[in-house]
Ligand binder design. Sequence first.
Ligand code: COA
Ligand code: AMP
Length: 637
Amino acid sequence: MSYNSYKEVYERSITDPEGFWMDASQAIDWDTAPSKALFDKGDDLYEWFSDGMVNTCWNAVDRHVEAGRGDQIAIQHESPITHSTKGITYKELQDRVASLAGALRMRGVEKGDRVIIYMPMIPEALEAMLACARLGAIHSVVFGGFAANELAVRIDDCKPKAIIAASCGLEPNRVVHYKPLLDDAIEIAEHKPEFCVIFQREQEVAKLVEGRDFSWHGFQYGVKPAECVPVEGNHPVYILYTSGTTGQPKGVIRHTGGHLVALQWSMKNIYKIEAGDRFWAASDVGWVVGHSYICYGPLLAGGTTVVFEGKPIGTPHPGVFWRIIQNNRIKSFFTAPTALRAIKREDPEGQWIDRYAKHDLQAIFLAGERADPDTIEWAHKHFGVPVIDHWWQTETGWSIAANPIGIEELPTKVGSPAVPMPGYQVEILDEGGHKVEPNTLGAIAVKLPLPPGTLPNLWNAEDRFRKSYLSQFPGYYETGDAGMMDEDGYLYIMARTDDVINVAGHRLSTGGMEEVLSAHPDVAECAVIGVSDTLKGQMPLGFLCLNTGANRDHAEVVREVVKMVREKIGPVAAFKLAIVVDRLPKTRSGKILRGTMVNIADGTPWKMPATIDDPEILDEIKVALQTLGYAKSEAAA
Ligand code: COA
Ligand code: AMP
């Protein structure tokens, strides 16, 4: 196809969004077809396909059985940690999901009820998601690397009727005790679920609370399988919490109709995956990538999806990804740049890559953080297939910008996640909200309405939704990312404009970490910044000012706050670095100059802020950072 074809597709999505998305909606089985695509609710709120009736699980599972794909593998579980590999066919998946949904229903779970899912990378996690979707219950999956307190915050926010969890998760060197974490979370939370369903893993069998907890299998014994319950196109299929500027996470809502249409479109046009194809996203069901492209996207397309329980390195070697690609004849593979960096560090010459057949591998997709050119070039050199950086967020649920190889493969520009996807009118704005010239840095905003599949609102927090995304640039969605667009319409994503950092592809709030540090009795004031890290992209680093008279050993305080962050937020925060300083650099109005501290730490050029209160403090910060091995190069002041 010619270059024009992406252009044609994109332009039609902008000039005729109704026609474009109504056409795309044909790929979904509706119980009642929607009368139109876009529903303008007024006051900058939009919904898609609101009056259609549809079921997500039907589209992801049952319709493929009906179409004769019952014997095809739907989910392939690859667990190098437990040395096991197991496939589940579409027919088996249908039976298992209908049975779990039937049991949930028997215990009173109905359309609209919330169900929290706290599970590791096992097929049962996807089954739990699909069982909720089958009933029209709204699931909220919580990532296993979060601590009990984070789980409790989510329990109190979405008030689940039930929680589905596993007895344990498995990290390479330790068992993650999910059940005790769950018990603690329920203890901390004000809201109490009516019941819990626990999938007992053989690696750790958990103690159940009499009358509240049921075992996965016993719970389903003898129940009537549930059929798919049609829901309105604007019924939420899930809530997924993500980090914002404060410790209180944002509950991103995903509406059913738009989610189905957008994901189905993306599988074919971005990932070039059709029914019968094999697709693997090496992420976790706790993140948006896991929702969209481990669970829903590949199953909607009638493909085979891989659920991977392991790490890119050390389980047991840096060739594990390539072995799975070979054994499952993966066509499109999706991972985070940090995973490739980890592999590249152990296998710079690609010797592990050469040991395995690539078969049908057609492209490698990267997202979750900025993909550095070195990593892209290394992967391209060793695989000889397109290595495609694409940019998206929990909020959008699918890519804002990508190279849609299912339509045509556009020329790659290293450092750019390519061009906007249909329906995304991306603009780069200056502080006053005016469009800037090509190649000029600014805030990246998307003109409203956003396309189907993106967030229509935040759970129980419309004010916060408006404040976080809509108020800065009226008529636009503010992405929170800064960057630029070149004259060919290619985007470049440079940094976040808020207090969100990205550690190993995991999105974290420095504000949330600061809240934990401030709770230490000896800490008077603190700041957390994200410093550059060659493996994880960014790492959090805390600055602590102690109370006058707190005559404490600094190293001991640092150890205490590191432990606190692990206990309150979880190991995933990877908070290991902190330093005690006398003062923090601030503007005259008292705002901490975090951005300048990041520049000093990374040794990148910076300008003395005109509004700084006391410039000398920056020298003290630099000296402190040097003791940790940062702020090495002499940047212009
Ligand atoms: N449950 C419980 N704990 C978890 C967890 C989970 N699901 N995932 C991570 N953790 C823990 C880890 O065990 C580690 O704990 P530790 O401090 O005791 O070692 C901590 O959280 C930090 O984990 P991580 O940042 O993943 O670092 P790592 O050193 O274990 O691994 C990489 C480094 C690069 C191999 C790993 O980060 C990786 O594979 N990243 C890719 C991430 C990804 O795919 N993101 C998807 C976004 S699209
Ligand atoms: P999450 O919501 O966890 O998916 O994180 C979204 C954020 O990750 C975005 O706002 C970006 O800051 C960053 N991000 C995701 N993909 C990319 C990418 N391809 N390039 C640069 N940054 C990215």
